[in-house]
Design a binder for this molecule. Structure first.
Ligand SMILES: [Zn+2]
Length: 471
């Protein structure tokens, strides 16, 4: 401890310190007495996160669930819109992701509980009209841009694997000397003595390989056969086991890299391989051979790790949604975007949908015209009010969309985008504003019990469109 003080300038406060022994350690009390520090047992909390020897269990992470619960309960009192609730969830999830997921491997059960709390808050404890999985997709793929915690967990694990191969920290050195020893990280097999963390690092080797590139100083730090230095593959991947057994023993790339130039002359050399080898960058100014972060399709060529590109590498992708540009149109108010979003997914809770879920509905008729049963198709573009609003909008825009359902109007507008970006944007804004006003009027009448002729709606829609275009 005196050495620690002279070396680092840090003085240990014995009263505030605890010593933790591994379960295999004997004479724990005696050893603690010698140190003069009180003994304690794991798991212990550090900055709220449980520290354990091995895998954190669901009950160890109760603190996180309680934290999210407290936040969500606090927000329930505030009268928040759907969009406002999405933003709050996004902020919690990113805070959780940055802090907990990058500190420990959260149990799946805990992740499920946290996401359940968020989803219940979003739908105010009522029916979940859109699944959490659907919402947790990027906007262009049909979601609202939330990120699933399980995928952030995977990305954090990949980041850890990257930190492991990048080296330069006490943790990496320790893990290397304990688990890899004299072997090679890329070819060592998982075994029961490995910690959960190291097993996770090993499990991510495949995807890690696809995201990195080797830059050589002199090749002396790169295993010729086993490190994936040739176009993200190792010589072993490409050639299979070497026929000369001596080739595998600690041979490095310095054998074929002399005086800053590639001189591959071995029996395994082929023209095709030569092309890949020659394209491997040599930089004699580097302190040592190193890995750089270069996932396929990444825009930045800095070679530095980026969580965003790491996340994109492991996340599940969905086909692009052709309607997203009608939802997430620039300049459109968030409430309008989300109204169109729900409509295009057919998830607005209309009376016919409610009754199909078994919700008792006294009168299935549309509150806008009181003639036909209410359905999405009816409300938007069959009902008199929608008809009035949309025929006015289509006249202004100069598109022929009479008598069509909203799903049919979108291709009409899309086909006319040749009229220019300004027109296309105006058309999308007008379409969204028309949808929003019909839905708002319908809700107003339901909540206020009013069934009167629409007054001023045509005026309002003009006003809103102008306000948005000017703003
Ligand atoms: Zn109607």
């Amino acid at each position: 401890m005196e050495d620690l003080k002279s070396f680092s300038g840090l003085q240990l406060n014995r009263d505030k310190s605890r010593v933790y022994f591994s379960s295999r350690c004997s004479q724990k009390e005696e050893r603690a007495d010698v140190l003069g520090i009180a003994r304690s047992d794991l798991p212990v909390r550090y900055l709220g996160v449980p520290l354990t020897v091995n895998y954190a269990r669901d009950q160890d992470c109760q603190g996180l669930v309680e934290y999210v619960q407290r936040r969500v309960e606090g927000w329930q009192a505030a009268c928040l819109s759907f969009g406002g609730r999405i933003e709050l969830i996004r902020s919690v999830i990113s805070a959780v992701a940055q802090f907990w997921l990058q500190s420990i491997l959260l149990p799946v059960a805990t992740i499920r509980r946290v996401e359940r709390l968020c989803a219940d808050f979003l739908w105010r404890g009522g029916m979940h009209a859109i699944s959490w999985e659907q919402l947790c997709r990027p906007r262009k793929e049909g979601g609202v841009g939330l990120r699933p915690l399980l995928e952030i967990r995977e990305a954090s694990a990949l980041k850890l694997a990257w930190r492991f191969i990048s080296g330069g920290s006490l943790w990496t050195d320790w893990m290397h000397s304990r688990y890899v020893k004299q072997g090679n990280f890329w070819t060592c097999s998982p075994d029961n003595n490995h910690s959960v963390t190291f097993k996770s690092v090993l499990r991510h080797r495949g995807v890690l390989k696809s995201a990195i590139r080797r830059v050589m100083k002199d090749g002396s730090g790169t295993d010729l056969w086993r490190d994936p230095w040739i176009d993200r593959r190792s010589l072993l991947d490409i050639r299979g086991s070497p026929t000369h057994t001596e080739d595998r023993r600690g041979l490095t790339c310095s054998r074929i890299l002399r005086d800053g130039e590639w001189r591959p002359d071995s029996y395994w050399y082929t023209e095709e391989l030569g092309g890949f080898i020659m394209s491997t960058v040599i930089d004699p100014a580097l302190p040592a051979d190193r890995w750089i972060w270069e996932p396929p399709g990444a825009s930045s060529g800095s070679g530095e790790f980026q969580f965003h590109s790491c996340y994109n590498l492991i996340r599940h992708t969905f086909p692009l949604s052709s309607d997203y540009e009608f939802v997430w149109c620039k300049g459109l108010a968030r409430k309008m975007q989300l109204c169109v979003y729900k409509l295009l997914l057919s998830r607005l809770l209309t009376i016919d949908r409610l009754s199909s879920f078994g919700v008792p509905v006294p009168d299935p008729k549309c509150v806008l015209c009181c003639l036909e049963p209410e359905s999405i198709r009816h409300i938007f573009f069959e009902c008199t009010l929608a008809w009035q609003i949309w025929s006015e909008q289509s006249r202004v825009l100069g598109v022929c969309a009479s008598g069509k359902y909203i799903g049919d109007i979108i291709p009409v507008i899309r086909d006319s985008r040749g009229r220019g970006q300004d027109w296309f944007r105006t058309a999308r804004v007008r379409l969204a504003a028309a949808v929003w006003h019909v839905w708002r009027e319908r809700n107003r009448r339901i909540f206020e019990g009013l069934v009167t002729p629409p007054v001023g709606i045509l005026h309002n829609i003009e006003f809103d469109v102008n306000a948005m275009e000017n703003g």
